[in-house]
Design a protein around this ligand. Structure first.
Ligand code: HEC
Length: 314
């Protein structure tokens, strides 16, 4: 059984930085990883250690695609229950592709399926039918044209965010960046999977902050705030992998780094200069510290496997 919808309602937006006490199939009181909330039973180790390979069709350093990737991984882009459960586009479309391990009660019919018009996501748009579909691999268009001239992708994404996922109206800049990222998602030929490591999460922290800088400079503070919250979400995902007694210093520093990104009361996102300073400090100090102890964290395949077997429900 996957985590039930009622459990998700208990989660708050700040849950990412805490080890969630799962009351799900993992047994009352057992610590759980928020990264496993919507993972099918038996798929935990695979979901923690592997991800689909993605080869971008865009030129390296394309700012639009970078902003789009940050938003794609940011739960705050979605509203309602999805955002509260720290779910982002990437929860279903891992690394832009498809998550074969996704399973959530009331939303899925089996691993890798979801009903995006479920009342769980949006009471307004719910069609009243339980209608889960296989999650598509975004490297290969199915029903939605990627042709920039038609604007079909932008219209589809707007409907998805606002109507299916109860999100706020995205700014035109947010929508075109998200569409640019979706258009850039490519497959890698024969190579179907790649490991899931600290470096991947670090890359998402960095690109989220850089995206926030771009957006703040372009006068879009609302979308910048979504990207900053996305960076904090990624820091939370790193934090929960640095479990265990020997890693308390790393966890303290992650928490402090996340707090430093918290916008001051009354402002929507930290100032541009603050974001620059934060990123420099993160790259110089916290990144090397985390890299040194990665082998002792749950980014290590053997440790992740052990963690799963120890915490597996009876
Ligand atoms: C709960 C899982 C889930 C989440 C979260 C999710 N999707 Fe999807 N997505 C799906 C499913 C399932 C479909 C297929 C729906 C259908 O066929 O009716 C789909 C379809 C799509 C398609 C159309 C693919 C095609 O060519 O037909 C795009 C593009 C897409 N999603 C992008 C996104 C983006 C961007 C986000 C975040 C704003 C997102 N999705 C969030 C599950 C999800």
């Amino acid at each position: 059984m996957a985590a039930g919808v009622w459990q998700i309602r208990l989660l708050t937006a700040s849950a990412a930085l805490a080890l969630i006490v799962a009351t799900s199939a993992w047994g009352a009181g057992a610590p759980a990883l928020s990264a496993l909330i919507w993972i099918a039973p038996g798929h935990e180790a695979a979901a923690l250690t592997r991800q689909p390979a993605m080869c971008s069709r865009a030129a390296a350093g394309d700012a639009q695609v970078m902003i789009g990737e940050a938003l794609f991984n940011a739960p705050m882009l979605l509203g309602g229950q999805a955002a509260r459960a720290d779910m982002s586009c990437a929860s279903c479309h891992s690394n832009g592709r498809r998550n074969p391990h996704f399973q959530l009660d009331g939303v899925s019919a089996g691993p890798g399926t979801a009903d995006v018009s479920s009342s769980f996501f949006s009471p307004a748009r719910a069609n009243g039918r339980f209608d889960p579909k296989p999650i598509p691999d975004l490297a290969f268009p199915v029903n939605v044209s990627r042709d920039p001239a038609s604007g079909a992708l932008e219209r589809f994404l707007r409907g998805l965010i606002v109507e299916e996922f109860s999100g706020r109206e995205p700014s035109p800049a947010a929508l075109s960046a998200l569409a640019a990222y979706v258009r850039a998602i490519g497959d890698c030929g024969a190579e179907q999977e790649q490991p899931r490591r600290l470096a991947d999460q670090i890359a998402l922290v960095r690109l989220s902050v850089m995206a926030a800088e771009h957006l703040a400079a372009a006068g879009d503070p609302e979308t910048a705030a979504i990207a900053v919250a996305g960076a904090r979400h990624q820091l939370g995902l790193i934090n929960e992998r640095y479990a265990g007694q020997g890693l308390a210093r790393e966890r303290d520093r992650l928490l402090a780094a996340s707090r430093a990104l918290q916008p001051a009361a009354g402002s929507r996102a930290p100032e541009l200069a603050e974001l620059r300073r934060w990123l420099t400090g993160f790259e110089r100090n916290l990144m090397p510290m985390l890299a040194r102890s990665e082998v002792r964290s749950l980014y290590d395949d053997a440790r992740a496997g052990l963690w799963v077997s120890r915490n597996r429900p009876e």
